[in-house]
Design a protein around this ligand. Structure first.
Ligand code: APR
Length: 250
């Protein structure tokens, strides 16, 4: 093990090339999207109960006003930051085979990551609560108060996982399958406090993977799940880590 944890992490990534990346809201902070917890966190300003599915279904107009102002007013305004680009580079290098994100902002895909599993869904798709309709969040579709389905007139919702909703079956199954087969799990930008998402890195650890964590603060993973803790912002640490991996692969 090197004294510099970034060099130890780079050695590992260059050797193993069987990396699962697991991200949370913190990796999008440097793109201008606030996190949910900690300094500037959304839940300090908005009661998370408003994002319970029963509240949404029983207060659609009020809920949609809040969803527009919190999420869709920013939609399309934020660009991937160096952290997203670094994660995509690890996939391009053949080091990362999968990326599980708790984020709903589509920034990993915009950065070029192809194999992205959206554990909590995406703002990039609206879904009808009554029929099988799905569509992109166009100005027209978002215009309704609340937005309604062009096919059946039913209430539309962002295709994100509200509190009280289950994780999409594909995302749940594939995330845990990847956690069981990876040999390194790189965790970044997450407090690790939300179930069942936080079980993904814990499953990787239990199955013998080495866990690398990138976060300016300690998280629920740091003490008992993380093997190599890289303290810092993902937008600063990740490009340095990838540069070291590239050196080892060339
Ligand atoms: N780089 C890396 N990590 C950062 C950065 C940064 N620049 N800035 C903040 N962080 C870290 C914080 O230290 C914290 O650990 O990102 C984390 C943000 O935590 P949360 O806001 O709780 O985000 P997350 O863990 O993804 O939340 C999980 O909770 O409310 C639900 O569905 C929501 O997907 C979300 C889930």
């Amino acid at each position: 093990m090197n004294d510099d944890p970034i060099l130890s992490a780079a050695d590992l990534l260059a050797q193993k090339k069987n990396l699962l990346i697991f991200t949370g809201a913190g990796v999008s902070v440097e793109s201008g999207i606030p996190p949910f917890r900690g300094p500037g966190g959304l839940w300090q300003k908005v009661n998370p109960d408003f994002f319970d599915i029963d509240h949404f279904m029983s207060h659609p107009v009020e809920s949609w006003k809040r969803i527009r102002s919190i999420f869709y007013d920013l939609w399309g305004q934020c660009a991937p930051n160096p952290a997203h680009l670094a994660f995509a580079e690890l996939e391009r290098l053949g080091v990362a085979f999968s990326l599980v994100t708790q984020n709903i902002d589509n920034l990993h895909q915009l950065a070029g990551s192809k194999n992205v599993i959206e554990f909590h869904g995406t703002l990039g798709r609206l879904r009808c609560t009554q029929c099988a309709f799905t569509g992109a969040p166009t100005k027209e579709l978002l215009a309704g108060d609340p937005p309604t389905c062009p096919d059946c007139g039913g209430l539309l919702k962002p295709d994100i996982v509200f509190f009280g909703e289950s994780i999409p079956e594909y995302a749940l199954n594939q995330s845990f399958a990847d956690a069981e087969s990876c040999s390194v799990c790189l965790v970044s930008g997450t407090t690790g406090e939300v179930m069942p998402a936080c079980m993904v890195p814990q499953t990787a650890k239990r199955r013998g993977a080495v866990v690398i964590e990138v976060n300016p603060e300690e998280s629920a993973f740091t003490a008992h799940t993380t093997d190599i803790f890289l303290r810092g912002k993902a937008g600063e640490i990740m490009p340095r880590l990838v540069a070291e991996v590239v050196k080892r692969l060339s």
